[in-house]
Design a protein around this ligand. Structure first.
Ligand SMILES: Nc1ncnc2c1ncn2[C@@H]1O[C@H](COP(=O)(O)OP(=O)(O)OP(=O)(O)O)[C@@H](O)[C@H]1O
Ligand SMILES: [Mg+2]
Length: 284
């Protein structure tokens, strides 16, 4: 279990985490959703003992993150962008370096290579890998220590949908095997699909929390419909009391001209929730 209480962190006089509190339960995928600069990476660095913080407390499986020993850190798998790979070493050799540090053997290296589907590329130098393959190797490296908690900083950022969904499958399997997954993302579709619980972070502050579906329903008071014309134009229109007359007038006009192609109700999503809370878009 991860328990965070009132954490604040500043760089100089800029507060980048402001009184952040939440709990992550065993066996769940917990998502930290927020736009660029919200403080997501900073929070992972705080929780993994890479950064000091001024106020509050964070416990992982009962251990204070300020007092983590080497053996405690071996229980975490961490995947971050700036954790480099050795470009001139092969996939296998890269994992060997870390296997030594974690005290695991050849069997575990081959197991994680298989898990991320890189067995066929194990003899390839990292510099010859595609972006998606490098990302999978970074994930393999995070999985190598058989972690109880996995921290993933934007694990699918910039990846094609196929590689992203392969990574989602690996994450889900690890969750099913009992690993706590803590991931950051600014991709709302990923957050909705993958996470059991979410925290929405904006400018260092938690603005909302909950299960993805329940969060969307909570903000489902702005009922809207989406309308597509025969020219392929797409409109979103309000269905609340105050918009209803105007919306029906426009639909009637399109119908009269034979210009209406499709019409359907628009489900609320995390983007609309975030927009309502902050006035900002999640993704740029
Ligand atoms: N080492 C540092 N020194 C000074 N400021 C920093 C440092 N690291 C991060 N910041 C600032 O802290 C804020 C939060 O940064 P952080 O990297 O945590 O955001 P993020 O949510 O991970 O964004 P992104 O989605 O772009 O990765 C930003 O304003 C950033 O400029
Ligand atoms: Mg970041």
């Amino acid at each position: 279990m991860i328990s965070v209480t009132g954490i604040s962190k500043s760089f100089g006089d800029k507060k980048v985490l402001d009184d952040v509190s939440f709990t992550v339960n065993d066996g769940e995928i917990f998502g930290l959703l927020g736009p660029s600069g919200a403080g997501k990476t900073t929070l992972i660095r705080v929780l993994t003992g890479q950064l000091k913080f001024e106020e509050g407390a964070a416990l992982i499986n009962g251990k204070d993150v300020r007092k983590l020993a080497g053996t405690d850190k071996k229980q975490f798998g961490v995947m971050m962008d700036d954790f480099g790979l050795y470009e001139r070493l092969t996939c296998y050799q890269n994992l060997c370096v870390f296997a030594d540090i974690y005290g695991v053997g050849d069997r575990e290296i081959r197991r994680v290579l298989q898990e991320v589907k890189l067995t066929d590329a194990e003899k390839k130098e990292v510099k010859k890998l595609s972006k998606g393959m490098k990302e999978r190797l970074r994930l393999a490296r995070a999985l190598l220590s058989k972690p109880k908690v996995l921290f993933l900083d934007e694990p699918t950022s910039g990846l094609d949908p196929q590689t992203a969904s392969e990574i989602h499958e690996i994450i889900k399997k690890r969750k099913d095997a009992g690993t706590i997954i803590f991931l950051t993302t600014h991709n709302m579709a990923e957050a909705e699909k993958l996470c059991d619980h979410l925290v929405l972070l904006n400018e260092g502050k938690i603005v909302e929390r909950g299960e993805p579906k329940e969060l969307c329903l909570r903000y489902d008071h702005q009922k809207r419909i989406e309308l597509v014309t025969t020219d392929g134009e797409c409109f979103s229109m309000g269905m609340n009391k105050e918009d209803a007359d105007e919306t029906s007038r426009q639909i009637a006009a399109y119908l009269k001209d034979g210009k209406l192609s499709t019409i359907h109700s628009k489900e609320p999503n995390l983007e609309t929730v975030f927009m309502e809370l902050t006035g900002r878009k999640l993704e740029v």
